[in-house]
Each structure stands twice: as structure tokens, then as C-alpha cells.
Design a protein around this ligand. Structure first.
Ligand code: ADP
Ligand code: MG
Length: 282
């Protein structure tokens, strides 16, 4: 993110209660006669301040798991807790999807004010907070712009700002950069990682890209399909330095090693064995 002072210095207090605690979670859709098992027996604990990535092929239940954590979907079996309580939409959780989903009839500032109002911020404070949020995502002075005037990357920045409007302690992102061009994606990856480091926000990030998973995550969970489940886990111990530089990181031998390891895990989880080191799996 830009170098301006961050208005979100809400490093999570040290606590033993995990940010996310899933125990043997299963989700089934459809009629009882012919249910679709979207995820089965997923157990996962994410500590406050962790940056965890879920990676896996299309249909392995990544979005379903995120929806359970967001409180949009109930686990059919098992238990899901967010900071020790039942997940519920809005309660300290910010969401970013692949498409920005902004209101086209509102300005950029209007979109953010609407979110701030929903989070109960008094009207008199909304303009200055909107300004802060736009600074934070690198769009200073964009309040009056129409959403259709913005590039895809700029719209996604607004979507991230909107997700931050409620000062969430947990950010859930579902393939947020998948539709962006490579350069914009790289910049936003860098900025998201810096933002998470500086604010102490817990992040659960979904992608189908092994490269993105290694760039961003401290820990990567590899999912497999039919039924959706966690098949492997890879710890990412990269020297990131204070300001994440994605291009430099990508050039390191350690990065290449981790990406190869993760790609192997993905191929195994997808039922493949050899083949080339494909970057995406869906
Ligand atoms: P991913 O995000 O990894 O692509 P999803 O969580 O979207 O996977 O889907 C996991 C599985 O659950 C898929 O087989 C999908 O078709 C199925 N599924 C997802 N949502 C629904 C739904 N609302 N009703 C029925 N089946 C669904
Ligand atoms: Mg999905």
C-alpha cells in the first residue's frame, strides 16, 4: 500500500482463541436423496494475524469453505468458529470477491460511504474515513469518480477499501486478483501483503495459482476435489523483508523451490503425477 500513515493500526491483541477454528466441517448441497458433498471433514485452525492461503482446482470447495467462515453457509457436519463464536456476516469480517461488485449508480466515495454507514459510522465521520480508505488502497482523491471510469485493478482496490470499512480483524478473499492483468495483480499482491503485515489482520485467501499462494501465504493448504478436502499443507518460510517486493521474491531460489513443492502437492491432490509444472490448476 502507499507510504501514507495507515489509519488501521489495529494489530490483533494476543489471544489464545484462534481467528478461525474449523473442526471436521462438511457441507452438502442439494436434496437429501442426491446430495452434493462440496467439502468433507475439513479441520483447520488459523491464529490471529496469520495469512493462510487455500489453493486447489476448480470445484474443490474453496468458495464453500470461505462462505462457511463468512457465515453465509452453515456447516452440515462438524463445527465452525470464528474467534470462538458462530460465524456471522459482517461481524468483523471483510470480504473481497473475484468481481468487485460495486454499485454502478454510486460514486467511489458513495460506495464507501454506504459501507461505512452499514457499519454504523456516524454521517459526519464518513467523508474523512472515505478519504483515509482511498489513501490506503492507493486511490487518493477518487471519491467523486464513477466506478465505470475505473480500470479493473482500480475497481478491485475500491472493493478492498470497502472490505476494510468495518475495520475487520479477518479478511476473506476469493480469487480477488484472478481477473486482473499480470502487472496490476503483482502490485495488488504486494500491497495486500504489506497491508496485512502492518495491520495484523488475519487473512484467508483463495486462489487456484500456486505462484500466488507462495507469494502471499505464510501457510498454504492444498485442497483436492470429489469430495472437497484439505489434502496437504505447505509452510512458506520466505524472507520477505519489511516491504514485500514481489518481483525480487519471485527471483529467489527459495521461491522457486517452494513453488515446485506446492505444484507437486497440487498435482498429487488433483490425481496427477508428473507432467509439466503448470502454474494454474483450473
Ligand atoms: P471452488 O470454489 O473450489 O471452485 P465451490 O466451493 O464453488 O468450489 O464448489 C464445490 C462443489 O460444490 C462443486 O462441486 C460445486 O458444484 C458444488 N456447489 C457449490 N455451491 C453449490 C450450491 N449452491 N448448490 C449445489 N452445489 C454447489
Ligand atoms: Mg470458487
Amino acid at each position: 500500500m502507499p507510504t501514507a500513515e495507515l489509519p488501521l493500526p489495529h494489530a490483533a491483541p494476543a489471544t489464545d482463541v484462534p481467528a478461525i477454528d474449523l473442526h471436521a466441517v462438511g457441507v452438502r448441497y442439494g436434496p437429501a436423496r442426491s446430495p452434493v458433498t462440496a467439502v468433507q471433514d475439513v479441520s483447520l485452525t488459523v491464529a490471529e494475524g496469520e495469512f493462510v492461503v487455500l489453493v486447489g482446482p476448480s470445484g474443490c470447495g474453496k468458495t464453500t469453505l470461505l462462505r462457511v467462515v463468512a457465515g453465509f453457509e452453515r456447516a452440515t457436519t462438524g463445527t465452525a468458529l470464528v474467534r470462538g463464536t458462530d460465524p456471522a456476516p459482517g461481524r468483523g469480517t471483510g470480504l473481497v470477491f473475484q468481481q468487485p461488485r460495486l454499485f454502478p449508480w454510486r460514486t467511489v466515495g458513495g460506495n464507501l460511504s454506504f459501507a461505512l454507514a452499514r457499519h454504523g459510522l456516524p454521517r459526519g465521520l464518513r467523508a474523512s474515513r472515505t478519504e483515509e480508505l482511498l489513501d490506503l488502497v492507493g486511490l487518493p482523491g477518487f471519491e467523486g469518480r464513477r466506478t465505470w471510469e475505473l480500470s479493473g485493478g482500480q475497481q478491485q482496490r475500491v472493493a478492498i477499501a470497502r472490505a476494510l470499512a468495518g475495520e475487520p480483524r479477518l479478511l476473506l478473499l476469493d480469487e480477488p486478483f484472478a481477473a486482473l492483468d499480470a502487472i496490476t495483480r503483482e502490485r495488488l499482491q504486494e500491497e495486500l501483503r504489506t497491508l496485512a503485515d502492518r495491520t495484523g489482520t488475519t487473512v484467508l485467501f483463495v486462489t487456484h495459482s500456486a505462484e500466488e499462494a507462495v507469494l502471499l501465504g505464510s501457510r498454504v493448504l492444498v485442497m483436492a476435489a470429489d469430495p472437497g478436502r484439505v489434502a496437504a499443507q505447505v509452510s512458506i518460510c520466505l524472507e520477505r523483508g519489511e516491504h514485500t517486493d514481489v518481483a525480487a521474491l519471485r527471483g529467489t531460489a527459495e521461491f522457486a523451490r517452494l513453488r515446485a513443492e506446492l505444484t507437486r502437492a497440487l498435482l498429487t491432490a488433483s490425481g496427477g503425477g508428473g507432467g509439466s509444472e503448470g502454474e494454474a490448476v483450473s
